[in-house]
Design a protein around this ligand. Structure first.
Ligand SMILES: [Ca+2]
Ligand SMILES: [Ca+2]
Ligand SMILES: [Ca+2]
Ligand SMILES: [Ca+2]
Length: 354
């Protein structure tokens, strides 16, 4: 059946569904606010505190990745893991199609005065090549967090002085860290820690921004950087849905800001960001989360939270699109928009009633 034929049936569908009304499966958006993370850890080979450090830096090892064999370093060397539990406001286990995130932002607060310059836009990988030049500093980026065996998001924990958390990785080498940043292209975890070496531009979930700052200006201490996650980007949305289904959100702040010259840490100007961890124990300084989520019922093709005629319209407008399960129009969560989605909408409608 084609969209044209469906449009022919539209008047009948309208009568059947009572167009304009909504089904009984209606639910408003759910708001989640967290004033501090459940976990924040410095992900860095030489971090001995494993979770209980009060400040966390993000920087690169560009130019020094292999300067000390047999050690090797990821280009995004110092990374900041932050995690928030999303239950009970958002119930876990609804399946990835049981959620749609309409807004998500994380705020990090800068812990050192005038240590790096403000760059609110992504810098392409080629701008990091020797001689390419950059005059306005480097952005701090946020990505999803992926885990390597034997650790998972559920088991990787934050330590304390008596019980240090899991190690950085099985060894001090590149490409092995137990938690790494991913941009989740097509729903697949890929490590973006060495994107300059590997010659590709990842898609950050967010860039740390503060509209009060001037481009290229040094960032004052206690400045807040807001990471507004790009929920309209399908890979970001897919990542967040998976996180909500597990009940835990994990994100990594990373940068390619140059670490200090000499004495280890890589060449460069030493302009890199340091943020407060929750162990600073000063109100308002820890990472915080604000998130808005629609709990979407089966048949909700447009993620509005209700099943109604707009879902039929959405299916028609996205007819035969394919992608990750739960793409717009995919009412039955099988990754393709087709007549089965119409059937799903109708059956859910008849089940819940207008
Ligand atoms: Ca911590
Ligand atoms: Ca720049
Ligand atoms: Ca809907
Ligand atoms: Ca489908």
């Amino acid at each position: 059946m084609t969209p044209d034929i469906l449009r022919t049936f539209r008047p009948w569908l309208c009568i059947l569904l009572g167009a304009g009304a909504t089904s009984g499966a209606s639910a408003g958006p759910v708001q989640v606010e967290r004033g501090e993370p459940s976990i924040d850890r410095w992900v860095y080979p030489f971090n001995s505190t494993r979770g209980y450090r009060a400040v966390i830096s993000t920087f690169s090892a560009l130019g020094q990745e292999n300067a000390f064999p047999p050690l090797s370093f990821d280009q995004r060397d110092g990374q900041m893991l932050v995690g928030f539990e999303t239950t009970p406001e958002i119930p876990a286990g609804r399946g990835v199609c049981g959620y749609r995130v309409t807004a998500a932002r994380v705020v990090l607060t800068v812990a050192e005065p005038d240590a790096f310059r403000y760059d609110a836009t992504y810098d392409g990988w080629m701008t990091y090549l020797p001689g390419s030049g950059d005059s306005d500093g480097r952005p701090v980026e946020m990505y999803g967090a992926a885990f390597r065996a034997p650790w998972t998001a559920a088991t990787y924990f934050e330590g304390d002085p008596l019980n240090p958390g899991p190690a950085f990785g099985p060894s001090t080498s590149s490409d092995v860290r137990y938690v790494y940043p991913t941009d989740f292209p097509g729903g697949v975890e890929r490590d973006v820690s060495n994107n300059v070496r590997d010659g590709f531009d990842p898609a950050p979930f967010a860039i740390g921004r503060n509209p009060a700052l001037a481009a290229g200006a040094f960032v004052p201490v206690d400045t807040e950087l807001t990471f507004e996650l790009d929920v309209d980007q399908p890979d970001v949305q897919a990542y967040l849905k998976r996180q909500l289904d597990s009940g835990r959100l994990r994100l990594l702040a990373t940068s390619l800001q140059p670490a200090a010259t000499g004495g280890g840490g890589g060449p460069g100007t030493g302009e890199f960001a340091t943020f407060y961890a929750k162990e600073i124990e000063i109100a308002g300084f820890a990472a915080r989360l604000s998130m808005t989520v629609v709990l979407t019922p089966a048949g909700d093709a447009d993620g509005s939270g209700t099943v109604d005629f707009d879902d039929i319209t959405t299916v028609l407008s996205r007819w035969l699109d394919t992608g990750l399960a739960g793409l717009e129009g995919d009412a039955n969560c099988d990754g393709v928009v087709d007549f089965d989605d119409i059937t799903e909408i109708l059956s859910m409608w008849l089940e819940t009633g207008p």
